[in-house]
Write a protein that binds this ligand. Structure first.
Ligand code: PLP
Length: 416
């Protein structure tokens, strides 16, 4: 696969070398080379991340923040070094603003259970969009039912973009939070989060950004964005599963009660009362997912080593090429044609169910995702039961898009 790109004479994108870093890409599936195009669900892991996990358990494993022995100190240092890497990666102002969670889902639930429960009262309003993942819908519904608040949904146009004017009209004196996805996992739309944040802040409304599908594709600078909260998952950016991040502005996090109670999040406990630890530990009750937090730091080093701009340029080229090729296929309709799109193409055929598409492609070694992608309201909006979704990562090539294209052409022959 020889799709090396020469970008601005600055970055030479060495695809072949990058592919060597991911051992799973050598695998054969049903006798065919794996063509992994399900990256929006989870990304594959470079050897450096796999090695970091083995190394942690082989030579460093001990609980953190608690003991004075050598292993505990080494483990604590590696864990806290990883927090620093996350802080630098998203340019947070302080490590106190970086909370380790299990992933985007837990990060959003944390905000709903602390900010939501503490700051909102009956009649208040939260704005989300019509393209949210279920994890940015259901926690707010829990809160709505508990506190009798109102959930408002920004509608989408036919291309899969939010209708900005509708968003502006929705804002009232009772709006207490905007919680919005940066990049849609089912449509690929990149939302104008800077403009959304600016508009919300003009009305003194904080904003949570779901960056689960953005962190691996776009340069994110939380100070520049000025978002109040930002959530992402390690496994979508070449890191381990079970680890994620909640970024929150320090002054807001300071003002919130803890999420879970237990060890490490306390300062002093008596049977009468408990005082809480400082940030970020106040929000990290119990033994953290130490190994995977360290693995996430290594994944971020890996991405930084290649450069997010080089990755974005490569993926933009793949998206353009894939869109052109897929549009050549008779009867195929792309769902989500926003002007500003990231590495996701969702598509449907009139007379072939996405699950048949996915099963057929699997026999060609091609892994795509089929279904509602945890965005059932998006399926309702476009009046479809499901889509087939190909999603790209830094290691994908034009040749793999050709394999997808040829597989889809074969399906059409079989089904016609
Ligand atoms: N938000 C978006 C946009 C997603 O794509 C996903 C996962 O696919 C999530 C949230 C939830 O992420 P996780 O399951 O890692 O918590």
């Amino acid at each position: 696969m020889k799709s090396d790109l020469n970008r601005n004479n600055v970055t030479y994108y060495q695809l072949e070398k990058i592919r060597q870093d991911f051992p799973i890409l050598k695998k054969l599936i049903h006798g065919k080379p794996l063509c992994y195009l399900d990256n929006a669900a989870t990304t594959q892991k470079p050897q450096a991340v796999i090695d970091a996990l083995v190394e942690y358990y082989s030579s460093m494993n001990a609980n953190i923040h608690r003991a004075v022995h050598h292993l505990s100190e080494a483990s604590t240092k590696a864990f806290e070094d990883s927090r620093k890497k996350v802080k630098n990666f998203i340019n947070a102002a302080s490590e106190k603003e970086i909370i380790f969670t299990r992933g985007t889902t837990e990060s959003i639930n944390l905000v709903a259970n602390t900010f939501g429960r503490n700051k909102l009262k009956e009649g208040d309003e939260i704005i989300i969009s019509g393209m949210e993942h279920h994890s940015n819908i259901v926690p707010w519904q829990f809160l709505r039912d508990e506190k009798n608040i109102k959930l408002k949904v920004i509608p989408l146009n036919d291309k899969g973009e939010i209708i900005f004017e509708e968003f502006e009209k929705m804002i009232t004196g009772k709006t207490k939070l905007v919680s919005i996805v940066y990049v849609s996992n089912s449509l690929g739309t990149i939302n104008p989060v800077e403009r959304i944040i600016e508009t919300a802040h003009r009305n003194n409304i904080p904003v949570l950004v779901d960056a689960a599908q953005a962190i691996q594709h776009l340069k994110i600078d939380v100070q520049k964005l000025d978002c109040d909260f930002l959530a992402f998952s390690g496994h979508k950016i070449y890191g381990p599963t079970g680890i994620g991040i909640l970024y929150g502005k320090q002054n807001i996090l300071e003002s919130l009660p803890p999420f879970l109670g237990g060890g490490d999040m306390i300062s002093k406990v008596t049977f009468e009362e408990t005082t809480y630890n400082e940030l970020p530990y106040k929000f990290e009750a119990g033994t953290s997912n130490i190994a995977d937090a360290i693995g996430l730091g290594v994944a971020l080093d890996y991405v930084s080593g290649i450069g997010i701009d080089a990755i974005a340029a490569h993926e933009a080229e793949l998206l353009k090429y894939a869109t052109e090729r897929l549009m050549e296929i008779p009867g195929l309709k792309i769902i989500g044609q926003a002007e500003n799109k990231s590495s996701v193409i969702s598509f449907v055929f009139d007379n072939i169910h996405p699950h048949d598409v996915g099963t057929f492609l699997d026999f060609e070694g091609v892994a795509i995702r089929t279904g509602h992608h945890c965005t059932q309201p998006v399926m309702l909006r476009y009046n479809i039961p499901a889509t087939s979704r190909a999603s790209f990562a830094l290691y994908n090539s034009r040749e793999e898009i050709d394999i997808l294209f040829n597989g889809l052409k074969k399906i059409i022959e079989v089904f016609s």
